[in-house]
Structure formats: structure tokens, C-alpha cells
Design a protein around this ligand. Structure first.
Ligand SMILES: *Cc1c(COP(=O)(O)O)cnc(C)c1O
Length: 399
């Protein structure tokens, strides 16, 4: 179906398949069967309102990191109570706006918590984001639990935290952590979880503990993802032990982004030029890091298929884009022989690509298509020059 979609909608094009979103969500649900668990989709991974609406139908909540994401979630029909707002380094005004919209607030630093407490006292329940200082593995740019991270309140500040809570009589109803992305090792989750559960006894009014996300999915053909079944079983055991000691049954919350949408996405681009240089063969496509930034930002590997010549003879290519800047998609990649005009398909294109795309080089953003039960739906059209100029104000400057 992908080659037909490239013909029908043109390239570059993002395609998302709801059946893979379903598969990933069901795997989580089954892994935590029988537990009091809630999954909040971390919508910064892929934030098209149709995708949000789909998660609403599936029954997830929403994890948001900006007031704009909160508004998108409300537009998509989420109940404010199903939305957790986890900002960092935002102005208190933005948090007040979120309070007024009725969403659950998660605060990640003591200064903001102090201001929040002095304003709301115990009238607005709040979640606090802790930094358990767990080294999560994964790329350094996506690790958030380490000692130098800007995220969360250090567990070593818990006395200071309690002082603020007691002084303002703050009603802490949730504890939160999120130690980064691409965490393969189940024991890393469990260690972080244990730190949070140990801490939880200092917070008598908890309703839930949110263990964040970071679930890894395979990007390379030989790679494995997080074993969520093992995690579900081990977490289930640890958490129910904890609840027994705590004296009450709390909800277990996770907030996966990548896990739910990465593999559901395909990015289609056309090869404009095959260029032999003294050192390599470049396959240059009609896109760049303006649409597809993960290889350049995170050194991420994205598997590539040649849809137009799947059985071609294998050759080595450096796949690059058309941006006037180094924008490599893949280095020394064996691909079935690539010819000018071929359509390449980049896998794992659902998470952190369209939502990170830009208009750099004054290029337009691609279209996004959602495939649901064999039907394709345009969920955002290709941009036009008008979009590029939509916020521009032309002034009459005189020299
Ligand atoms: C980005 C983010 C997530 C999702 O992380 P993934 O690696 O995509 O699963 C979850 N929680 C918070 C607070 C985040 O910022």
C-alpha cells in the first residue's frame, strides 16, 4: 500500500498505521493485566489531533509538556482529569492557566512548588516530579535521570521538599519520575521505581505513582525493545507489595510516547539524485533534517527500504537530504540498488519526527496520512507558501 500512497499523496509523506498503535497499546495492556494501571500517551511524540483522538478512543490519558499540548488534548476530547501537565522551566502563569483548565499539574522544581503552594495551599492537588538519579542508558541527549539533568526534584532534596509541602499544606496526590528514552533494561525501571516507592511513605495523600516512560522499541533489524511483559510482571509484584505496606491501593501510571507510535510511522521520500563522489555514493532525497531530524540530533538509526526496487542488487549508500547543511539520514547503508526516482521508506517514523519538523531552508512540511482499517485519511495537508507566510508581518522599511 505504501507505494500507492506515495503516488496518491506525493512525497515527502508521513504515513501512520493505527493497527500498529493498537498492537503496541494492547501489548502494554496485556503486560499489566489485572493491575490498577493507567497509560498516558506522551503526545509530544506525535501530536496531530487525530492521533490524540485515536488514543482517546483507545482509552489512554494524555501526558503533556506545554499549555499548547494541553489545549490540543482538550480539543481532542480528553477530560481535563485525564491530562497530566508536566512542564519544566515554565512561567507560573502557564501553570495557573493549566489549573484553570482543570488538568492535573506535575511540578518539577522547588521554586515553582513554593510559588504554587503560596498561591493554592491545599486547594489544588499536585504531583511532584522527582529525579531518582538512575543512569538510564540510551543516548545522552535523551537521558533525564542523571545528576546533571535539569529535570525533576532531586531525591536528595526530599527534606527541603517536605519543608515546603508542610509550610504551605500542599496536597501532593502523585509522585512522578521519567528517566529518559530508549531504556532497554527492565532492571533500570525497577531500580527507579523502587526509589520512588521508598520515598512515597513520606507522602500520605498519594493517589498514584507515575513511573514515566522510556520504553524502547527496536530501530535496527537486530535490535530488541523493552520486555514490557517482564516489566509488567515484576512491577506488578513490587507495586502490590508496596501498596500493602503503604496501606492503600494506588494507581500505577506510565506515559509512553515512542512505544506507542514509533513503529506505526513510515516516512516516504523520493530519490532526486544519485551522486558518485571520490569517496562514496550519495542517494539524495527530497527531504532533510527539516522533516527528519533524529539521525542528525541523536545519531539515530532508521532502517530504510527501497520500495521501488526491493529486489535490486545490494549496494552501499550514504543517504542524504536536500538541505543546504549536512543532513545525513544514513551512513554506509546497504540498500537494494537505488535509482533516481525511487521511493525510499524510512521506518520508525511515528515518534519525534513530524512533531520536531521545521521550515528550515524555507521548505514546507510534508503531509501526514493515517491508515485505519485499510482506508487512508489525510490528517494534515502538505504545507503551501501561504503557511510559510502565515505569521509573517511585512513592513514598509525605508532606507
Ligand atoms: C517525552 C516524555 C515521555 C515519553 O517518552 P518516550 O521515550 O517517548 O516514551 C514521557 N514523559 C515525559 C515527562 C516526557 O517528557
Amino acid at each position: 500500500m505504501l507505494p500507492e500512497l506515495a503516488t496518491k499523496w506525493g512525497t515527502p509523506l508521513f504515513v501512520y498505521d493505527t493497527s500498529i498503535i493498537d498492537r503496541q497499546y494492547q501489548r502494554l495492556v496485556n503486560a499489566f493485566k489485572g493491575q490498577n494501571v493507567q497509560f498516558n500517551y506522551a503526545c509530544k511524540a506525535l501530536s496531530n489531533p487525530n492521533i490524540l483522538k485515536y488514543f482517546k478512543i483507545l482509552g489512554t490519558g494524555l501526558d503533556t509538556v506545554s499549555i499548547e499540548e494541553v489545549r490540543l488534548g482538550l480539543m481532542a476530547g480528553f477530560d481535563p482529569k485525564q491530562i497530566l501537565f508536566t512542564p519544566n522551566c515554565v512561567d507560573l502563569n502557564e501553570i495557573q492557566e493549566a489549573v484553570n483548565l482543570g488538568v492535573q499539574i506535575n511540578i518539577d522544581n522547588l521554586s515553582t512548588l513554593e510559588q504554587f503552594g503560596s498561591r493554592y495551599g491545599d486547594s489544588v492537588p499536585v504531583c511532584v516530579r522527582m529525579n531518582p538519579h538512575i543512569l538510564a542508558g540510551g543516548h545522552h541527549k535523551i537521558s533525564t535521570g542523571h545528576i546533571d539533568s535539569k529535570f525533576g526534584i532531586s531525591i536528595h532534596q526530599s527534606r527541603y521538599l517536605q519543608r515546603i509541602i508542610n509550610h504551605y499544606n500542599i496536597h501532593v496526590n502523585g509522585l512522578h519520575m521519567h528517566t529518559g528514552s530508549d531504556i532497554l533494561d527492565v532492571d533500570v525501571f525497577l531500580r527507579g521505581a523502587q526509589v520512588l516507592m521508598d520515598l512515597a511513605f513520606d507522602f500520605p495523600e498519594l493517589e498514584y505513582i507515575d513511573f514515566g516512560s522510556g520504553f524502547k522499541v527496536p530501530y535496527r533489524p537486530d535490535e530488541r525493545g523493552t520486555n514490557v511483559e517482564e516489566l509488567g510482571e515484576k512491577m506488578g509484584y513490587l507495586f502490590s507489595e508496596f501498596c500493602n505496606q503503604y496501606g492503600r491501593s494506588l494507581a500505577l501510571v506510565f506515559e509512553p510516547g515512542k512505544w506507542l507510535v514509533s513503529e506505526a510511522g513510515y516516512f516516504l521520500a523520493q530519490v532526486n539524485v544519485v551522486k558518485h563522489t571520490t569517496s562514496t555514493v550519495f542517494a539524495g532525497v527530497n527531504s532533510g533534517f527539516n522533516h527528519f531530524i533524529r539521525p542528525m540530533l541523536y545519531d539515530a538509526y532508521h532502517h530504510i527500504l527501497n520500495l521501488s526496487n526491493p529486489n535490486g542488487k545490494e549496494r552501499i549508500y550514504t543517504v542524504v537530504g536536500y538541505i543546504c547543511e549536512t543532513d545525513t539520514f544514513a551512513w554506509d547503508r546497504p540498500l537494494p540498488e537505488v535509482r533516481e526516482g525511487d521511493i525510499l521508506c524510512f521506518l520508525n517514523a511515528g515518534a519525534y519526527l513530524y512533531s520536531m519538523s521545521s521550515n528550515y531552508n524555507s521548505r514546507l512540511r510534508p503531509a501526514e496520512v493515517l491508515v485505519h482499517r485499510q482506508k487512508d485519511y489525510l490528517i494534515s495537508r502538505r504545507q503551501t507558501m501561504d503557511d510559510l507566510l502565515a505569521s509573517v508581518v511585512i513592513c514598509d522599511l525605508e532606507y
